[in-house]
Write a protein that binds this ligand. Structure first.
Ligand SMILES: Nc1ncnc2c1ncn2[C@@H]1O[C@H](COP(=O)(O)OP(=O)(O)OP(=O)(O)O)[C@@H](O)[C@H]1O
Length: 620
């Protein structure tokens, strides 16, 4: 025969709802199987692991979509245990992080995003201490996935969740992985980081016996659990099918007092898991919300997310640049893009054109710095047949006319010589001009975008740029900050650039190690994104395996490349010098993505001599 309690437990285990009975001291007397399932006390997924605790040297991987919420109150301060000391991380941020417990010498790798500007996905993919680790917070699919080599651990969420996987530093075995019900088990992230033991999982793990335990030990003190306790103590309250959240799970609860001989002896709580229903309702609400905003957002999405999607970066700085650019694209004012060399001024100009009403019309890119001074005017305005010696018989239309109906992009506008600046000012003011040697006024309808890496205000003071022209072009300025001031973007740039380079040069996809990422983050990037592209490409070529290590990253002066040049045979001094000169020019041009002005400056030679050498060596 069953003892009385066993008998009741057996009956309640047959129920399809969770059933909990506590006595008048708040101690659990009945907790049926369904309740254990709902709160994750039984039903451990995955391959299992032994009971234990996080120890010094363990590798800890975290995916937390809302720091401080449903993760055992993990705080930016608590992250210091993993060596993450970043004052800009705040409560409520989404965070993906890999670090080593109590080992300040091993630098952690992490990314975070502000909840006020949530990303659809926050991702971290690195080789950390030889392990390939991928952490994704997917806000669309509503789950957090941690992948370690080929093992994957996924936790779904509705609002907030803190996911964690721990590896033994030496054996690299999985010591712990988070599963649902961690609040009931007291295994919130922060508790475990502070050294609280976790329970084993899998078939051999002990059944977690909750009978006799205080209700607050298993359930954090939510409103419902407090009421449950108060009713068990004597309060008169009862309700049916009330929607409430317990341990972060959406439930529908019925609460009843239990009396014996007119004395309060406890209370029962019947619990139904409505997470799935809640998820569906939430998805429906979100769909409706999106539908309502679709019209306005569609336009914006096409703009900022569409044409500006080629502009990679999640930093607030680059998001701001994209928003400004989107606004600029909606008007036809003259835009002035400012920023150091290689920050992306040209791709931004193209993106503005592509999301403007001129998008189907021509986009004419004039690199004012690379066209010899004496040719610039004829290139811009065109000329009539026989206008000057060497001119074509039939004449030539200029770039302003080519851009008619579309956009002319005056790149490196700071390089335009003063006399031509006067003419340019007139063209911009009147949208009309005469070709060289011509007497007919040509009218053009063009959108002007100008760019420069110079400080034009300083150039005005030096007398090399006209103030009136500056005010004409500085109608809608957009400044792209240098990469060193938005290092957060390095991650996404590398993750975007790396597969593209591997595909282009036809090699196996390559990963990047945590140390290598650190090296990139610590560098100052004088050449900005262009330099990053070059360094990653060089590293892909140098790497033998499929992981880029920090030794494969050659940062700094591009002339490093030439350290390895071996002269195979003795040549005449003149030939050797010419050979080296040509290589240096080609290398500099390649390094600066074809920018002749930059190459010329880096090589420290004058314009005339530079163009003569290009001609001499037949460099395009
Ligand atoms: N945010 C970005 N996302 C993706 N690629 C970028 C970004 N910024 C720059 N790049 C890449 O970096 C390289 C340099 O960009 P770009 O030529 O537009 O720079 P720039 O500021 O015009 O340089 P310069 O002043 O030397 O002409 C290009 O290959 C471009 O595609």
């Amino acid at each position: 025969m069953f003892k009385n309690n066993d008998f009741i437990q057996q009956f309640t285990n047959m129920m399809s709802e969770g059933f909990i009975f506590i006595d008048d001291n708040g101690k659990i007397q009945i907790y049926n199987t369904k309740a254990k399932e709902i709160f994750g006390i039984i039903g451990h997924e995955g391959s299992g692991h032994e009971a234990g605790k996080i120890e010094k040297g363990d590798i800890v991987i975290i995916g937390d979509n809302c720091l401080g919420r449903d993760d055992g109150n993990l705080s930016p301060e608590g992250l210091k245990l993993l060596g993450i000391q970043d004052k800009s991380i705040e409560i409520g941020d989404a965070l993906v992080a890999i670090g080593v417990m109590d080992e300040p010498d091993i630098t952690p790798i992490y990314r975070y995003s502000r909840q006020s500007k949530p990303l659809d996905k926050l991702e971290l993919m690195v080789t950390f201490l030889d392990e390939n680790i991928h952490v994704v917070i997917d806000d669309i699919e509503k789950h957090i996935k941690i992948q370690v080599n080929h093992q994957s651990f996924t936790l779904p969420f509705i609002n907030a969740i803190g996911h964690m996987v721990v590896l033994d530093r030496h054996t690299k075995a999985i010591k712990f992985y988070q599963t649902k019900g961690y609040t009931a088990r007291g295994e919130g992230l922060y508790n475990l980081l502070l050294g609280k033991p976790y329970r084993g999982k899998g078939q051999d793990a002990d059944a977690f016996d909750v009978i006799g335990k205080d209700i607050f030990e298993i359930h954090c003190d939510s409103e419902t659990i407090k009421e449950f306790y108060e009713v068990a103590k004597g309060k008169n309250l009862t309700y049916k099918e009330k929607f409430t959240e317990i341990n972060g799970r959406s439930t529908m609860c019925t609460l009843e007092p239990v009396n014996y001989n007119n004395e309060r002896v406890g209370a029962v709580l019947k619990v139904e898991d409505i997470s799935e229903i809640k998820k569906v309702i939430r998805e429906r609400d979100e769909a409706l919300f999106h539908l309502e905003r679709m019209e306005e957002r569609l336009q914006e999405k096409e703009g900022v997310g569409g044409f500006f999607s080629k502009i990679i970066g999640e930093s607030q700085e680059i998001q701001h640049v994209k928003q400004l650019a989107y606004k600029a694209a909606q008007s036809n004012s003259t835009v002035l893009i400012l920023g150091e060399s290689g920050t992306g001024k040209s791709i931004l100009a193209k993106a503005i054109h592509k999301s403007s009403k001129y998008k189907e019309a021509p986009f004419i890119h004039v690199n004012c710095g690379s066209i010899p001074e004496n040719l610039l005017e004829s290139e811009l305005l065109g000329y009539e047949g026989g206008a000057f010696t060497g001119a074509r018989k039939e004449g030539k239309i200029g770039m302003f006319q080519m851009a008619h109906g579309g956009t002319i992009f005056l790149d490196e506008i700071g390089e335009i010589p003063l006399p031509l600046q006067v003419k340019l000012l007139q063209v911009i003011q009147t949208r009309s001009f005469y070709r060289i040697g011509g007497s007919k006024k040509n009218h053009v309808d063009v959108r002007i975008i100008a760019a420069t890496n110079k400080n034009l205000e300083e150039e005005i003071l030096k007398g090399s740029f006209r103030e009136d022209l500056y005010y004409r072009i500085n109608v809608f300025p957009i400044w792209i900050p240098p990469l060193r001031d938005r290092k957060q973007d390095i991650y996404s740039l590398v993750y975007t650039i790396l597969p593209k380079i591997c595909e282009r040069i036809g090699c196996q996809p390559k990963h990047i190690s945590g140390e290598a990422l650190h090296k990139l983050l610590a560098y100052d990037w004088p050449g900005n994104v262009r330099e990053l592209e070059n360094i990653v490409e060089r590293a892909v070529n140098l790497t033998d395996g499929n992981t880029i290590l920090s030794k494969d990253l050659i940062l700094g002066n591009y002339r490093h490349l030439q350290d390895n040049i071996e002269i195979q045979e003795i040549q005449s001094l003149k030939d050797t010098m010419e050979h080296e000169e040509r290589k240096a020019i080609e290398e500099a041009l390649r390094f600066f993505g074809g920018s002749r002005v930059q190459a010329m400056k880096a090589l420290k030679i004058g314009k005339t001599s530079f163009y003569e050498k290009l001609k001499k060596y037949g460099i395009e």
